[in-house]
Design a protein around this ligand. Structure first.
Ligand SMILES: Cc1cc2nc3c(=O)[nH]c(=O)nc-3n(C[C@H](O)[C@H](O)[C@H](O)COP(=O)(O)OP(=O)(O)OC[C@H]3O[C@@H](n4cnc5c(N)ncnc54)[C@H](O)[C@@H]3O)c2cc1C
Length: 457
C-alpha cells in the first residue's frame, strides 16, 4: 500500500509549525509521508535578524536545523516554481540546478513574502532589502567596511558619506535595523581615533507615515521614537526618498544626503509563487477560508504571509503578516490536514493579537504584552524572554542567550568577511533566502564553476 503524502512548501513560521504539528500526530505520521520543500535546510527566526546585521548574534544562532528538529519529516531542498492542481504535483529546482517533481495528496503553501519595491528611481539598483540571512550578512559586512573606509580616507566628504546610513521604512524591521545599527556603528567608530571626535556616524530613519511603527500601538511608537532620538538617530516621519544614486539619496524635501548605504524596509509583498498557482488572490495573498483551505480545492491549504486568512476577531479584515499569526496558522493547518484524514476535528483559525515586542538594542525595547505598554529594561527583558520562548531548538536558544551574555561583557566582534557581495543580494528578488549566483558564469568543461574574483560591489 502506498502512503499518502502531505507536501508543505516553505519552512518559515507557518510551514515549520505545520510540520511540527503533523509529526506530533503519531497515527498521522505512521500512515502519511510528510514532505517539506524549502530552499534552505534551516528555519530562519526573522525577528532576530537585525541583531545579526549588527554583529550581536552569529547567523547560525537564528537558523534552526530542519533535520535536527523535525524528525520524521522528509526534507527536499529546492524552490517550488510550479503547482499543477489537476495532477496534484509541484515542480521545483534544487540547489544545484536539478529539477524535480513531487506528487501530493494534500498541499500546504507557506512560502511567505519578499521585499516590496516602490517605483522610486534608482532604488532597485542602489538599495538593499532586509528579508533574508544573506541580506543581513551583507549589511553587517558593508556597514563595518564603510566605517573602516571612512576612517582611512583623508577626504572629509567621502568620510561623511560612508558614515551616513539611510533606512527607509520605520515599521518594526526598519526601526530595529536603525536602532541596532546605530549602536553597532558607534562601537566601530569609537575604535578609530579620527572618527571618535566627530558627529559621526549618522543614521537617518525615514517613513512616509506620521510616526515610527505606524502599524503598532501609538504608545510603542512614542517609546521607539524617544529611544531612537536619544541615541542620535535622525528620525524623519512624513518623508521619504525621491531618488537614489550610487553616491546618495535625494529626499522629498529636496535635501540631498550623500551616503553609500540605503536599506529598504518599506514592507513586504507575498512570494510571487502565489500568483503562479493561478488561484484567487487578495492583494497577492492566496484566498483561503477560516479553515485555511483554498475554496473548491479541498486538498490545498495555505497559511502565513502568503495567505489571505479571514481575521475572525476583526470581521471583514485579513490577519496581518506577522510571525505571531503565521506560526499559529501553521498549527491550525496541521490540525485541519490531520482532520481531513480522519484524525481529530478541524477548527477555524481565530487568534487575538497578544501584543508586539520591538527590540531596540542595549537593554531598550518597546513592547505591549497582552496590551500592557512597557518601555526601558522591563520591555527589554520581556522582549528577549519572548524571543527565547518563540525560537525553536534548545541549542539555538542556549547559543542566543550565550551571545547576549557575551555581548554584555566582551567587545563586539567586528571583522568583515566580505562573503556576501552587493550583487548577490539585489532588492528585487523572489528568493531573499538565497544569495544570487554570479550572473555570467563562464561555461567550464569540468562543470559549473563561478568565475574567480568578485565584481565591484
Ligand atoms: C527583519 C524582520 C523582522 C521581523 N520581526 C517580526 C516580529 O518581531 N514579530 C512578528 O510577529 N513578525 C515579525 N516579522 C514578520 C514575520 O517574520 C513574518 O510575518 C513571518 O516570517 C511570516 O511567516 P511565513 O511562514 O508566512 O513566511 P516565512 O517565515 O518568510 O517563511 C517562508 C518560507 O518559504 C520559503 N520559500 C519561499 N519561496 C519558496 C518556494 N518557491 N519554494 C519553497 N520554499 C519557498 C522561504 O525560504 C521560507 O523558508 C519580521 C520580519 C522581518 C523580515
Amino acid at each position: 500500500m502506498t502512503r499518502s503524502r502531505v507536501v508543505i512548501v516553505g519552512a518559515g513560521f507557518a510551514g515549520y509549525q505545520a510540520a511540527r504539528g503533523l509529526i506530533r500526530h503519531r497515527a498521522m505520521r505512521e500512515e502519511t509521508e510528510i514532505v517539506l520543500i524549502n530552499p534552505t535546510d534551516y528555519f530562519l527566526y526573522l525577528p532576530l535578524l537585525p541583531q545579526v546585521a549588527a554583529g550581536l548574534l552569529e547567523p547560525r544562532r537564528v537558523s534552526v536545523s530542519l533535520l535536527a528538529t523535525l524528525p520524521g519529516v522528509r526534507l527536499v531542498l529546492g524552490e517550488v516554481d510550479g503547482v499543477d492542481l489537476e495532477r496534484r504535483s509541484v515542480t521545483y529546482t534544487g540547489p544545484e540546478g536539478d529539477r524535480g517533481t513531487m506528487g501530493y495528496d494534500r498541499l500546504l503553501l507557506t512560502v511567505g513574502s519578499v521585499n516590496k519595491l516602490l517605483p522610486v528611481p534608482g532604488v532597485a539598483e542602489h538599495a538593499h532589502g532586509f528579508r533574508g540571512l544573506p541580506e543581513a550578512l551583507y549589511l553587517r559586512d558593508h556597514i563595518t567596511r564603510q566605517i573602516e573606509l571612512a576612517a582611512g580616507t583623508d577626504d572629509p566628504e567621502e568620510c561623511a558619506a560612508r558614515c551616513a546610513f539611510v533606512v527607509v521604512g520605520a515599521g518594526y524591521t526598519g526601526t530595529e535595523v536603525a536602532a541596532h545599527g546605530k549602536l553597532y556603528t558607534d562601537v566601530l567608530a569609537r575604535r578609530h581615533p579620527v572618527l571618535r571626535h566627530r558627529d559621526l556616524p549618522r543614521w537617518l530613519l525615514l517613513d512616509i507615515a506620521d510616526r515610527v511603527l505606524p502599524e503598532l500601538d501609538p504608545r510603542l511608537s512614542r517609546t521607539a521614537d524617544r529611544v531612537l532620538r536619544q541615541r542620535g538617530v535622525d528620525v524623519r516621519t512624513g518623508h521619504s526618498v525621491k531618488e537614489a544614486t550610487r553616491d546618495g539619496v535625494l529626499l522629498d524635501t529636496g535635501e540631498s544626503v550623500p551616503t553609500r548605504t540605503l536599506v529598504w524596509c518599506v514592507g513586504v509583498r507575498p512570494d510571487p509563487l502565489v500568483s503562479a498557482v493561478g488561484l484567487p488572490e487578495e492583494r497577492g495573498r492566496l484566498v483561503v477560508g477560516p479553515d485555511l483551505m483554498v475554496p473548491d480545492h479541498p486538498d490545498v491549504y495555505a497559511a502565513g504571509d502568503a495567505a489571505a486568512v479571514p481575521d475572525l476577531t476583526r470581521p471583514g479584515a485579513y490577519t496581518p503578516m506577522t510571525a505571531q499569526h503565521a506560526s499559529r496558522q501553521g498549527k491550525t493547518a496541521a490540525r485541519n490536514i490531520a482532520a481531513s484524514y480522519g484524525f481529530g476535528e478541524a477548527a477555524a483559525y481565530r487568534h487575538h493579537d497578544l501584543g508586539f515586542a520591538v527590540d531596540l538594542g542595549g537593554v531598550k525595547a518597546a513592547a505591549n504584552p497582552l496590551g500592557m505598554p512597557l518601555s526601558g529594561p522591563a520591555a527589554g527583558a520581556v522582549t528577549r524572554g519572548y524571543h527565547l520562548l518563540a525560537l525553536p531548538g534548545a541549542g539555538n536558544r542556549i547559543r542566543v542567550t550565550a551571545d547576549w551574555l557575551l555581548d554584555a561583557v566582551l567587545p563586539r566582534q567586528s571583522v568583515q568577511l566580505g562573503l556576501v557581495r552587493s550583487w548577490a543580494v539585489p532588492l528585487d528578488t523572489a528568493a531573499p533566502e538565497l544569495p544570487r549566483r554570479p550572473a555570467q558564469v563562464a561555461p567550464h568543461p569540468a562543470g559549473p564553476h563561478p568565475p574567480k574574483g568578485d565584481p565591484p560591489s
